[in-house]
Write a protein that binds this ligand. Sequence first.
Ligand SMILES: NC(=O)c1ccc[n+]([C@@H]2O[C@H](COP(=O)([O-])OP(=O)(O)OC[C@H]3O[C@@H](n4cnc5c(N)ncnc54)[C@H](OP(=O)(O)O)[C@@H]3O)[C@@H](O)[C@H]2O)c1
Length: 439
Amino acid sequence: MDNCKAPREPQELYILVTGANSGLGFSICCRLADEFLSSHHYDDSLTIIFTTRSEHKAQETRRRLEAHLRSSTASSSDTARVKFVSESVDLGDLLSVRELSRKLLQTIPKLDAVILNAGVGGWSGINWPEAIWGVLTDLVHQVTWPSYKIAPVGVLTAKQTPEKEEPALGSVFCANVFGHYMLAHNVAPLLKKAETPNGPGRVIWVSSIEATIKCFDINDIQGLQTKTPYESSKALTDILALTSDLPSTAPWAVDSFMHSNSGTKADEAPTMYVSHPGICATSIIPLPLPLVWAMVATFWLARMLGSPWHPLSTYLGAWSSVFLALSSQGALDATESPYRHAGGGRVKWGSSANRFGVGSLSSTEIEGWGHGGVVGTPVVEADRNRPRRRGAKDLTREEKEKFEELGRGCWKQMEELRIKWDAILDQAEQNKAAAANAQ
Ligand SMILES: NC(=O)c1ccc[n+]([C@@H]2O[C@H](COP(=O)([O-])OP(=O)(O)OC[C@H]3O[C@@H](n4cnc5c(N)ncnc54)[C@H](OP(=O)(O)O)[C@@H]3O)[C@@H](O)[C@H]2O)c1
């Protein structure tokens, strides 16, 4: 009998991160590099493809990422195992999303994970009297689930094509959800090429603790009529990701989205996860410097008062997304298994921190889905002990069924919108090519 083991094949991982020039996206790239080097074999390598919106931002981001890598690794051989590749995309511009998708399909062999991080708040200001009163009287709740941000209603993207007629496209919806949805759909063939132990390829949505289905209306999926378009977009993100593996969404989520451009078997389809960073100090709400310090101090105070959702640092906030991107499939399944064994499914994974700033990965309770879709009392002790949003109640079977139905409706509408926009973009590209040929 031959006892010799087959030589180990070095692994090459490819991970795409959108919106990497600032805040959480930048820290996700740094943390991916650090965790990869400390957890993977010395033969393995990682390519991080990061996106920005300009050449200047791309160069500056790469310089900062390489400086981080040099300062955090001991040897030059380690540094050589991580490569940063910059790409450009504006998620509010669907032709730009197409351009990036085509380039990726031509230039890289596969994608192990895409981290859909880029996002806009779309806020125009803050209701200061309400914010100050809220912080003074109800600090932890108000800096975790704020009710004082002001957003204009019905803001649209710039026109997508030179065609005269075009359907309306919500600006926050497009940047946070639809642009990413199109991107993930277009690169699904690359995700399907990911292999074990990490495979199948993963689509990791970055959501927010603020997302609640109370801010979402299935009849206004783009959030064009709501005063909370950001929260609506993040609630939609949760709904899509958390219901992506249910049989009821399969006709859209699996058969169409995940199996795009090929007829592969269901078990090879990419998988979808959702993470959030807790609350971190970034420029997603633009504030003058003195107010930035006031914001950081209030977040820190909330953490001292027992909030688990104020990691503050974006490096800690990156924990959940990086965990979902780098863990082996076995490790991910094991983390989800207490919920699945209790009849649940996908979990919304958040980055949390204790009073001393020690980070951890925590399930996030959301209305309509509870902790990981488990009906009744949470099955994981840490979930039972974590402070809850005021008014939160244990998930009922009826609420769960409604959430699943919502998921089905959202997947259907998103797929219909994608098909509609793909046809519009195809036509615009054909017209452009015909005009160029005629010259
Ligand atoms: N900070 C928090 O506490 C917190 C909490 C919950 C969730 N999040 C989520 O975390 C993600 C990152 O937010 P952040 O706090 O790190 O904010 P940030 O510092 O403002 O970063 C947002 C990133 O997204 C990019 N971006 C915005 N619109 C884009 C578009 N149309 N196309 C392409 N890229 C675009 C930005 O690029 P430009 O520099 O070119 O604008 C930037 O790189 C977002 O999805 C946000 O919802 C953050």
